[in-house]
Write a protein that binds this ligand. Sequence first.
Ligand code: ATP
Ligand code: MG
Length: 229
Amino acid sequence: MSAIAVTNISKSFGKVRAVSDLSFTVGSGTVTAFLGPNGAGKTTTLRMILGLVKPDRGTATIHGTPYLHLRRPNTTVGAVLEATSFHPGRTARAHLTALCVASGLSTDRVGQVLDQVGLAAGDRRVGGFSLGMRQRLALASALLGDPAVLILDEPANGLDPEGIHWLRGFLRALAAGGCTVLVSSHVLAEMSVVADRVIVVNKGRLVVEAPMADFGDLEEAYLELVKEW
Ligand SMILES: Nc1ncnc2c1ncn2[C@@H]1O[C@H](COP(=O)(O)OP(=O)(O)OP(=O)(O)O)[C@@H](O)[C@H]1O
Ligand SMILES: [Mg+2]
């Protein structure tokens, strides 16, 4: 069974057709890049997978079950959707502890996820964090339930080259540990060393779904698409 299966989903906002009859699957223990230009429908698709937007048609499942029917969503799937806002006066540790309590998770996880994302500043107030540190804290939040599936919406945005390098290694290590990662991006090259598979969307439709080993063909198709755009 696919870790994530999206089947013929469509979603319109008024006259805007954000996602149009889109289908793809994501295999367990892989990193899959979800690529497309601005407005391609990436965030809308990820939100439908996470039960935050109701599709007009079609289904999205995680391990065969729609998100809203998962018995323990926190421990099944973790997500970072956009620049999350944190209470600036709280420390990273306090933020994560509050999330654990709210989700019924053991607070032992707090130290573990801080180590996992390499955030040494756990006892500093989040108000003083750099963008890269915030991204790490958002990732740490998503990992609290030790999920088997991780969904990340443009986690590389705003990271410096060192941060992007770190993120790639981090995602590869997660996949090596059996985690399934679906990660969106605008930039094919950014994903080329980390993703096993690539799904490209444009105007809400699937353009190509291929293994990263076909990078040459993918790059050509993606450049054409970006040129049009
Ligand atoms: N809540 C909403 N209300 C109205 N229109 C929306 C809403 N969410 C998305 N859209 C529209 O749907 C289309 C797809 O948007 P979406 O955010 O899914 O694209 P995206 O691929 O994530 O783009 P980006 O790369 O800029 O993040 C866009 O035209 C957008 O304006
Ligand atoms: Mg988006």
